[in-house]
Design a protein around this ligand. Structure first.
Ligand code: HEC
Length: 111
């Protein structure tokens, strides 16, 4: 990511978050839906094992150095001009945050 773009993402994140971080965890049933969504829908571009495809790898090693807010807002807003779509119509901020955190630590398997 270009430095200016990273700054823009960080600023946008700060503005949108308005200090109130996404702190409400999705419930257990919704978490299962989110795991399924990521494995199936995100996996169609990022690879079924998330090791990359049309989109880059979403494994802990690849995401380790990326700020959590940047990941969260990439998920919510997409990356205009690339194939990465915005998910804000179906994911809340808290859900995007939950997904970003799980990706960084190693995404759970579908149960
Ligand atoms: C239609 C294809 C497509 C789908 C579906 C898709 N992505 Fe992406 N995604 C991309 C591409 C392409 C990029 C790289 C964009 C760029 O060049 O900056 C990307 C980038 C990302 C990044 C940033 C990675 C980084 O290293 O900075 C994250 C996080 C991400 N996607 C998560 C998701 C999640 C979570 C989903 C499902 C909710 C998803 N994506 C669905 C194509 C897709």
């Amino acid at each position: 990511m270009l430095p200016s773009r990273r700054l823009a993402v960080t600023l946008l994140a700060a503005i949108l978050a308005g200090g109130a971080a996404a702190d409400t965890q999705p419930g257990a049933a919704r978490q299962r839906e989110l795991v399924r969504l990521v494995r199936q829908d995100c996996g169609s571009c990022h690879g079924l094992t998330l090791k990359g495809g049309l989109g880059p790898a979403l494994l802990p090693g690849a995401l380790r150095d990326k700020p959590l807010e940047a990941l969260r807002y990439t998920i919510l807003l997409g990356r205009p001009g690339t194939a990465m779509p915005a998910w804000k119509t179906i994911l809340s901020e808290a859900e995007a945050d939950w997904i970003a955190r799980r990706l960084v630590e190693g995404f759970p398997e579908e149960r």
